[in-house]
Design a protein around this ligand. Structure first.
Ligand code: PGA
Length: 258
């Protein structure tokens, strides 16, 4: 692995978590303070109802808190939506945009995802832009075409590369227990690295490329060691401090590069 940014292990709680589950955030915080994640940055994206409380718990620790979605407008008549500025005001420093569940459930398009990423960055957040192919695309051998199109359409270009994180999440691997092989992940991440390098010549290494989709304590070491993988986006296994920090501990003892 050539010179890269600090790895990022991000948890996506999706539509899970009540106030009682803030105990997991407390436990994750304690373990980050104890250095369990080594050089990796640890982020939890709880549901919006818990965001401000989670951020209060994380305050003063290395644990970062993020949102799971934002609107592309700064404010206004958008009932039920949240702006990036509101997330930042509640204590978020990151936001996930364009997760495949939102692309499917809310018909989010590449153009819309790109607007959200720009709004997030304008509000001072880092944007985690999700891409990934469906099973039929991989079966037909067109996964790179699909992901390439998503990257071209969803990634803002007029930003600093450090403000952008890309998560490669093959849809068929999300919540299924299935994962691509480490070789397949490395191949896709190598492709994505070349794509971000086209957008940010000489600085593509500063865009962190996460792998997501059924990352668990028992497969994290292999998946995260794949070339051009700068961390993980973890769904189900991020709901407990035990599993999530077991994944993050993959980076313990690995010196930060770049
Ligand atoms: P999973 O979800 O880890 O439960 O597969 C990953 C994601 O959708 O971010």
């Amino acid at each position: 692995m050539s010179s890269r940014s600090r790895p990022l292990v991000a948890g996506n709680w999706k539509m899970n978590g009540l106030r009682a589950d803030l105990a997991e955030i407390r436990a994750i915080r304690e373990r980050t303070v104890d250095g369990v994640a080594g050089e990796a940055e640890v982020l939890v994206c709880p549901p919006a109802t818990l965001l401000a409380q989670a951020a209060e718990i994380a305050a003063g620790s290395p644990l970062a808190i993020g949102g799971q979605n934002c609107h592309s407008a700064e404010k206004g008549a958008h009932t039920g939506d949240l702006s990036a500025r509101m997330l930042a005001d509640a204590g978020a420093t990151y936001v996930i945009v364009g997760h495949s569940e939102r692309r499917a459930d809310h018909n989010e398009t590449n153009v819309g995802v790109r607007r959200k990423a720009l709004a997030a960055i304008a509000a001072g957040l880092r944007a985690i832009v999700c891409v990934g192919e469906a099973k039929a695309d991989r079966d037909a051998g067109r996964e790179m075409t699909v992901v390439g199109r998503q990257l071209q359409g969803s990634l803002p270009t007029d930003v600093e590369p450090q403000q952008l994180v890309v998560a490669y999440e093959p849809i068929w691997a999300i919540g299924t227990g299935l994962t691509p092989t480490a070789a397949d992940v490395a191949e896709m991440h190598g492709f994505m690295r070349r794509e971000v390098e086209k957008i940010f010549p000489g600085r593509g290494g500063l865009v962190r490329l996460l792998y997501g989709g059924s990352v668990k304590p028992d497969n994290a070491a292999e998946l995260l060691a794949a070339a051009d993988v700068d961390g993980a986006l973890v769904g189900g296994a991020s709901l407990t401090a035990r599993d999530f920090m077991a994944i993050a501990s993959t980076y313990a003892g690995v010196p930060a590069e770049g």
